[in-house]
Design a protein around this ligand. Structure first.
Ligand code: PMV
Length: 357
């Protein structure tokens, strides 16, 4: 390794799944395929400084969030480094400083693991690229990394940090998990959805209603594990395949009613899996249900294409097409924001993926 030190910076977005990933095998291999919208405004910005070190027996790094040292982030990153070390042999030859910040409030209940882990994976790939380029210059290897390899390996590494993070490298629609519907799909990394998408989904809006900003009572790791021996697991995994299959003609034709039916069912099924596992748990809050009911009533009354999806938490992602945004936003502000903790919500939309800064 010929480079003494350096610094790389990436911003990487969060994503919201339409067909949900819930249940995994070892090495973060998903039990079923998923597809997500990459978001645009909810991002993590991470700088990774690196410098050569003498002792190569351990990982050496420090983590800062908003300039403040965060030792409680270290175990998760240590685990990540251990998992990816075989794919990034330089890791033990450098010491690192990870400087990270989010564009959304840290304790907002928005999963920062997808944006955070993808940003870190991209920073590591940039270092690998610099090292490989310096090896090309010195004649040690012939060719540097191309873009496709770079993104694919970044997604592969991000997956090992947090499964859904592998869907945050690119946009605007990303598929992860081997399936028969999407050619080229893989359990190992996310790929761009390769088929026609109707203009109805262009600039699709996601207004995130922050119902509960507290720590989740049950982590997604625990939730995934409860799919082992879950009485409905196999049916659920089959259903995810079927829903991805059904989504393809919906995305092509722009059939918003069918889209809404599919994604709302996916969200409720995800939470149904939580309620029917052993031990069982509920991540929705009373206000989550208030919001869902209000959305259904408003949709029935107006015919507008407002819909919702949920993550593994109480917050509600309100999804709707751009050309209906003014009426729907007015409704959100007048009727739904009252159910948010401290009236807090975030306006986002479908985005194109990460950027190097
Ligand atoms: O990436 P993880 O392990 O935090 O799992 C996230 C799972 C869901 O957000 C609930 C669904 C998904 O596909 O993103």
């Amino acid at each position: 390794n010929t480079i003494e030190s350096g610094k790389v910076t990436w911003e990487s977005p969060s994503n919201i799944a339409l067909v949900k990933y819930w249940g995994k095998k070892k090495d973060q291999i998903p039990e079923n395929p998923s597809i997500s919208f990459t978001l645009n405004n909810c991002k993590t910005i991470t700088s990774l400084s690196f410098s050569k070190k003498e002792n190569t027996s351990d990982f050496e790094f420090e983590v800062f969030l908003d300039g403040e040292k965060k030792d409680d982030f270290k175990p998760k990153i240590e685990t990540f480094f251990k998992r990816v070390e075989v794919y990034l042999p330089f890791l033990k030859y450098y010491k690192f400083k990870i400087d990270t910040k989010n564009t959304f409030p840290h304790s907002s209940g928005i999963a920062s693991s997808a944006s955070g882990m993808s940003a870190l994976a991209l920073c590591l790939m940039s270092i690998e690229k610099q090292l490989s380029e310096s090896n090309v210059a010195s004649g040690a290897v012939e060719a540097s990394l191309n873009n496709e390899y770079f993104n694919q390996k970044a997604s592969f590494l991000a997956r090992l940090g947090s499964g859904s993070a592998c869907r945050s490298i690119e946009g605007d629609l990303i598929v992860w998990g081997k399936n028969k519907t999407v050619e080229g799909s893989s359990d190992l990394f996310g790929i761009k959805y390769p088929y026609k998408v109707h203009d109805n989904f262009k600039n699709y809006q996601d207004t995130i209603l922050l119902v509960d900003k507290g720590e989740k009572q049950v982590s997604s790791t625990v939730g995934h594990n409860l799919m082992f021996n879950h009485p409905y697991a196999q049916n659920r995994f089959n259903q995810a395949h079927d829903n991805l299959d059904a989504l393809k003609p919906i995305l092509e034709s722009g059939n918003l009613d069918a889209f809404i039916q599919l994604i709302e069912s996916e969200a409720l099924t995800l939470h149904a899996m939580m309620m029917t596992s052993m031990p069982y748990f509920i991540l929705m809050k009373p206000n989550t249900l208030e919001i869902i009911n209000k959305i259904w009533t408003f949709r029935a009354e107006t015919g507008l294409h407002i819909s919702f999806t949920l993550d593994a938490g109480a917050n509600v992602h309100v999804l709707y097409p751009k050309n209906e945004a003014s009426k729907i936003l007015e409704f959100i502000k007048n009727e739904l924001v009252a159910y948010c903790q401290n009236g807090h919500y975030i306006c986002d939309q479908i985005g194109l993926g990460a950027n190097q800064l």
